[in-house]
Design a protein around this ligand. Structure first.
Ligand SMILES: NC(=O)c1ccc[n+]([C@@H]2O[C@H](COP(=O)([O-])OP(=O)(O)OC[C@H]3O[C@@H](n4cnc5c(N)ncnc54)[C@H](OP(=O)(O)O)[C@@H]3O)[C@@H](O)[C@H]2O)c1
Length: 302
């Protein structure tokens, strides 16, 4: 133990991509808490052992029967298992007064931790980060925004720990989590779906996008850079920004054979009309015409 530091043991149930990365970052951070990793409990012992090797600390646990006490319990199982896992943790009798139990789900609040509230403090911390490659996440987690809600005692300590690993913590209302998470999914998962749809339409246009350089890459990267380096509205270019209604009509015609693409195009186009109105390049008559074309798609009239 380093002199002057408060030693805390953290055990993790569900040390997959997010869980094992956070455990390793916590074990290596330097704040007033010295974190030792306790038990790692996954569905299979082999997977728990693999996580222990990645973290460089801890012991693979054997289910919920022989749990050792810990000050902090991270439940990083899939969202659907969080409630059942926390129930089993509570029933195991290992929790002591003042322990902290938290999960990392974006959409669920700490109310989903069925841990007895008069024993442990509960919280949820959602890092707005993709842990797709844990090794990479060890290097690029820093500056990740982390949404925290839950008991004040748990939130205070977890804010210190997440700040120590480079997180930028902010408070979130428990009852707004589903909406908040839907918003983050738009910027991450749905962005991937949108790029995939764009690629499928290019292929339908006879353009080979597999292999070699992806012709969408610099366009997409420029748009993202422009969005985050301006007020966002200024990043919009293209036919709706200019008010080119005939181009929009041609796009809609070309997409008729691709109903999924057409629906997405029309919905996002409506949002672009709102942004374009704020930019002021297109006049209101042009934007009304474009809106009429897009609305007709929604009403299935074109
Ligand atoms: N991945 C991300 O980018 C990300 C980002 C932000 C937040 N989160 C949140 O982090 C949590 C974990 O997500 P993940 O992507 O890291 O999941 P994951 O990679 O699929 O890992 C889930 C882990 O949970 C274990 N597990 C499943 N059911 C269990 C049970 N009943 N008891 C004990 N362990 C169990 C699995 O064990 P086995 O290996 O033995 O199957 C696995 O190690 C979720 O709440 C998610 O919303 C994830």
């Amino acid at each position: 133990m380093v002199q002057g530091k408060t030693p805390l043991t953290l055990s993790c149930i569900g040390a997959g991509r997010a869980g094992k990365t956070l455990c390793r970052l916590f074990a290596e951070q330097q704040c007033r808490f010295e974190i030792s990793i306790g038990q790692i409990i996954n569905r299979s012992r082999a997977s728990a052992q693999e996580a222990v090797t990645f973290i460089g600390q801890g012991q693979p646990g054997e289910g919920f029967e022989n749990l050792s006490p810990a000050n902090i319990w991270l439940i990083a199982s899939p969202d659907d298992a969080i409630s059942a896992v926390s129930e089993r943790l509570s029933e195991s009798g290992v929790l002591r007064k003042g322990d902290i139990v938290f999960h990392c789900s974006g959409s669920l609040s700490s109310d989903n931790l069925s841990t007895a509230t008069d024993i442990a403090y509960r919280a949820s911390v959602h890092p707005i980060h993709s842990f797709a490659d844990p090794q990479n996440s060890l290097h690029n987690f820093s500056t990740t925004a982390c949404a925290i809600e839950g008991d004040q005692q748990a939130s205070a300590i977890l804010t210190e720990l997440f700040t120590a690993i480079g997180g930028h913590c902010f408070a979130l209302d428990a009852d707004k989590k589903a909406l908040y998470h839907a918003a983050t999914v738009m910027a991450s998962n749905n962005l991937v779906s949108l790029l995939s749809l764009s690629q499928q339409l290019l292929e339908a246009a006879g353009i080979e996008t597999q292999g070699g350089e992806n012709i969408l890459q610099s366009l997409a990267e420029n748009s993202l850079n422009n969005y985050f380096n301006t007020d966002g509205i200024a990043a919009l270019t293209g036919p709706i920004s200019r008010g080119d209604s005939k181009t929009i009509k041609a796009h809609i015609e070309s997409l008729k054979e691709y109903p999924d693409g057409l629906k997405v195009y029309a919905s996002l186009g409506e949002i672009a009309v709102g942004l374009s109105a704020q930019q002021g390049y297109a006049n209101s008559e042009q934007l009304v015409t474009i809106s009429r074309f897009l609305n007709a798609v929604k009403k299935n009239k074109n």
